[in-house]
Ligand binder design. Structure first.
Ligand SMILES: [Zn+2]
Length: 296
C-alpha cells in the first residue's frame, strides 16, 4: 500500500520504489477532485498512484505535471491520460513533441537506462496532442482552489520546469535545485547528459531563490525546510563538483577513472555516496557539457 504523507496544506507526498531498483521516486499530490499530480514518475508506478488517490479520496486529475520529460519523472503520462480522460499533461515547450511522439525519448532512455528499461520502469506511451498543454514561463493554473505558477528552469535539461504554490510557499523543484542523494546530506547537483547546461542550471537556481520559497519539494527524496541555505549550498556544490570534474578529466585518461576519482571526491568533500548510476550520470553530463563548450 502506498504510504501517503502530508507535507503541507492539501499537499501530499508518496515515496515509491520499483522492484530491484534503488531509486526513490517522490510523487506529489495537490488534493482535490479533480486535483493535480506533480512528478508522476515512470509507468510502473501507476498502481501506486491509483492507490494513493484512493486514500486521498481523489477520483480524477485535472493536471499531470512532470517537472521534465525524463523517464523517471514523466514516463507514466501516456498511461495516465488513458485512465483519467479529462486530465491534461503540462509540459515545457521544448518537451512537448517528445511526449506526443516519444520515439526519440525511448531511444535516449534506452541509452541511459538500458535496452530492457521498459521491463523495470514500464512502457512510455505517447500522449495525444489534444491532451498536452504547453505551458509558458510564468503561467498560472487553477486547480483545487490553488493557483500554481510554472517557472521554466532549464539547466538539468532544457525542458525542465518548477511549480510554485504561493498558498503554501512550497516549490516543487524537481531536479532544478539538485538532489539529496543520501539522508541528512545536503543537496548536490543532479546532472545528466546530453541536455545539461551548467550556466543555465546556476541561473535557474538564482531565479528560484528569488521566489523566497518556504519549502522545497525535491524529486527522488527529501523536503527542505531551510530553502535559503539549501539553495546557497547547491549553487556552491554545482560549481565545486564541476571544477573537480574538469580538472580530473584533464589528467585522467579514461572516463571510468574520472568517475572513480569524483566518487571519492564527493564522499570526502560532501559526505555523500551516490549510486553507481547517479555518479556516472553526473560525470558524463558535465563532461558532455564541457566538451560542447570547448573546455575539454
Ligand atoms: Zn532528469
Amino acid at each position: 500500500m502506498a504510504h501517503v504523507e502530508q507535507v503541507a496544506d492539501k499537499t501530499y507526498r508518496v515515496q515509491a520504489q520499483l522492484p530491484g531498483l534503488p531509486t526513490i521516486f517522490s510523487l506529489y499530490f495537490i488534493q482535490g477532485d479533480p486535483g493535480a499530480l506533480i512528478e508522476p514518475g515512470p509507468a510502473g508506478l501507476v498502481p501506486t498512484i491509483q492507490d494513493a488517490m484512493n486514500q486521498l479520496a481523489m477520483s480524477d486529475l485535472k493536471y499531470i505535471i512532470p517537472t521534465h520529460i525524463h523517464l523517471d519523472h514523466g514516463g507514466a503520462c501516456g498511461t495516465l491520460v488513458q485512465l483519467f480522460p479529462r486530465a491534461e499533461v503540462l509540459v515545457h515547450p521544448q518537451g512537448a513533441r517528445h511526449i506526443i511522439d516519444p520515439s526519440r525519448l525511448v531511444r535516449s532512455t534506452a541509452m541511459a537506462f538500458g535496452d530492457d528499461f521498459e521491463e523495470i520502469y514500464g512502457t512510455i506511451l505517447p500522449v495525444p496532442e489534444s491532451r498536452v498543454k504547453v505551458v509558458p514561463d510564468g503561467e498560472r493554473l487553477s486547480v483545487a482552489g490553488r493557483e500554481l505558477t510554472i517557472i521554466h528552469t532549464p539547466g538539468h535539461a532544457p525542458h525542465h520546469m518548477a511549480i510554485f504554490d504561493p498558498e503554501t510557499e512550497g516549490l516543487f523543484c524537481g531536479e532544478a535545485l539538485g538532489l539529496v542523494y543520501s539522508d541528512g546530506a545536503k543537496a548536490l547537483p543532479a546532472v545528466a547528459p546530453p541536455g545539461f547546461d551548467e550556466e543555465e542550471y546556476l541561473s535557474s537556481m538564482e531565479r528560484l531563490r528569488q521566489l523566497r520559497p518556504r519549502l522545497l519539494f525535491y524529486a527522488h527524496g527529501s523536503v527542505s525546510t531551510e530553502p535559503e541555505q539549501s539553495i546557497d549550498s547547491v549553487i556552491a556544490s554545482t560549481r565545486v563538483v564541476g571544477e573537480a570534474i574538469l580538472d580530473t578529466a584533464r589528467t585522467e585518461a579514461t572516463e571510468e577513472a574520472v568517475i572513480k576519482s569524483i566518487g571519492e571526491f564527493i564522499r570526502q568533500r560532501f559526505g555523500a555516496t551516490l549510486t553507481e548510476y547517479d555518479l556516472a550520470s553526473n560525470v558524463r553530463g558535465y563532461l558532455h557539457y564541457y566538451k560542447k563548450k570547448g573546455l575539454l
